[in-house]
Design a protein around this ligand. Sequence first.
Ligand SMILES: NC(=O)c1ccc[n+]([C@@H]2O[C@H](COP(=O)([O-])OP(=O)(O)OC[C@H]3O[C@@H](n4cnc5c(N)ncnc54)[C@H](OP(=O)(O)O)[C@@H]3O)[C@@H](O)[C@H]2O)c1
Length: 443
Amino acid sequence: MAPAVSTRHAALLAGGAVLGLYQAGGAFAPSLQRTPTRSPAEGRGLRGAAGAAPEGPAPSGAAAALACGAASVTLAASAARRSKQGAQVAPAARRALEGELGVQASTMKAWAVTKYGDASALLTAMDVEKPQPGAGEVLVKNMAIATNPIDYKVVAGALAPGEEAPPQRLIVGWDSAGVVEAVGEGVKGFQAGDKVWFAGDITKDGCYSQYTKIDSRIISKMPSTLSFEDAAALPLTFQTAWEGMVELMGVQKGKSIFVLNGAGGLGSMVIQVAKHLGLTVIASASRAETIEFCKQMGADHVVNHRNEDLGAELKHVGFDCVDYIYNAHENDRLGELFKLLVCDGRLVVTFGPTQEQMAKVDWTTAWLKRQTLCFQMMFARSMFNTEPAMVGGVMATLAKLVDQGSIKTTVTKKYGNMEEINDATKFQMSGKAIGKICLTMTH
Ligand SMILES: NC(=O)c1ccc[n+]([C@@H]2O[C@H](COP(=O)([O-])OP(=O)(O)OC[C@H]3O[C@@H](n4cnc5c(N)ncnc54)[C@H](OP(=O)(O)O)[C@@H]3O)[C@@H](O)[C@H]2O)c1
C-alpha cells in the first residue's frame, strides 16, 4: 500500500524544491523560481504523471479511534483536528481530556521547529500527537538517531524557498535505530519488539521524536552486532553510497574511484562500500584527523582537496584519470572533475548543479569520451514511489554487511540525549564533522 501524498510532498513538487534540495553552499533560494503552492490534489496530479501512486493509508486519528473504541474517538478526533490545524496538544488540555475520558493521551515528545531558520537555535522539545501506524506502516520507538546536513537544510527552508514557516510543526531527522512498537494492517515481516533501522521519507515526519510511523517497505531489521547509537548512523549514507555506486554507476571490481570529501558522513561510507565492491579508492581530505579517518575507512590513497589542482594531487598518487568519481561535496569543481575521468567514466553528484557550475563543464569532451553524469538522491524512491521496497532491501543488505564485518559504523561523536540536539546540530553545521554524529533518544 503506498503512503498518501503529504502536504510537504506536494509543496516540494510544486515549489521545484527537488532541484534546490541539494544545491551548492546552502544557497537554495536564489537559484529557484518561487511558484505558487499547489494543493495536495495538484501535487497528486504531478505525482501521477510521474508514474505513481494509489491512495494511501487511513488518517492516523481514524485508525486510533477504531483501535481504542468510543471513548477514544473523541480524543483521537480532537488530536487529529489539532494536528491538522498545526497546533500542539497542550499538556493541560491533554490532562483534562485524559481525566474526562479515562484514557491515556496519545502524545509524544518531538524536537521540532515552527519556523524556518537556523536549526541549531530553533529545534525545541514539544508535545505532539503520537502517530498511529496505518495500513502498510509500522510505528517505531526511536532509540537513537543520527544527524545529517539535510536536517539543517530542511529547517533552513530548503523545501519551501521564500516561506517563513512550515504549515505545521516540522519534525526533521532521517537516520534512526529503534524498536517496532506496533504494526499496521497488512504489514509482513515485522512485529512488535523487532529492532529496526531506517533513513525514512523526506515528505513525512522525520525521527527527531520518540516515535516515527513509517512505510514498512523502506525499513529493515538492524544488525545484531551494533548498539542503537552505532546503528543509527548508517542507513542514510549507506543508501546514498550504494545507490550511487551500484544502481547508478554500476561500478566494476578492479576499477578506480575518487571520493571527493572522503571523511564526512557520506564519504566515509562511500569509501567502505567502494572497498567492499573491490575498487581502488582515492579519497580527499585536508586535516590530519580527516586524512587518518579516510585511511581507517579503507582508502588506498588520500589527496588534499584544498589544492586548487586536483589533477596534480591524483598524479602524485599515480593516477592520470580515474574510472569513477563520487562527489560528496558541492559542485563547485564539476568542470575539473570531468577532466579527471577516463573515457566511459562516470561521475555521481549529490546536489543539483547550478547553471553557473554546469557552464564550467567541457561538454564536448564529456561527449567525445562518452562520460556519464549521475544524480544521486536517496529520497527519490520514497518520494516518487519508485519501487520503494528496494530501499528496505538496501537496508537489509547493509545489516548483513555489518554483521559479517564488511561495513563498520562511522560514528565518531556521540552526544547524550536529545537535550543536546542543538549542540549536535551546531557541530553538524560547522562543516568539520568527521564521520557521523549520533544521539540517544530521550524517553
Ligand atoms: N543526494 C543525496 O542523496 C545525499 C545524501 C547524503 C548527503 N548528501 C550531501 O552530501 C554532502 C556531504 O554530506 P556529509 O554528511 O558527508 O557532510 P559532512 O559530514 O558535514 O562533511 C564534513 C566534511 O566536509 C569536508 N569538507 C569541508 N570543506 C570541503 C571542501 N571544500 N571540499 C571537500 N570537502 C570539504 C571536511 O573535510 P576536511 O576537514 O578534511 O576538509 C569535513 O570533514 C552534504 O551536503 C549532504 O547534504 C546528499
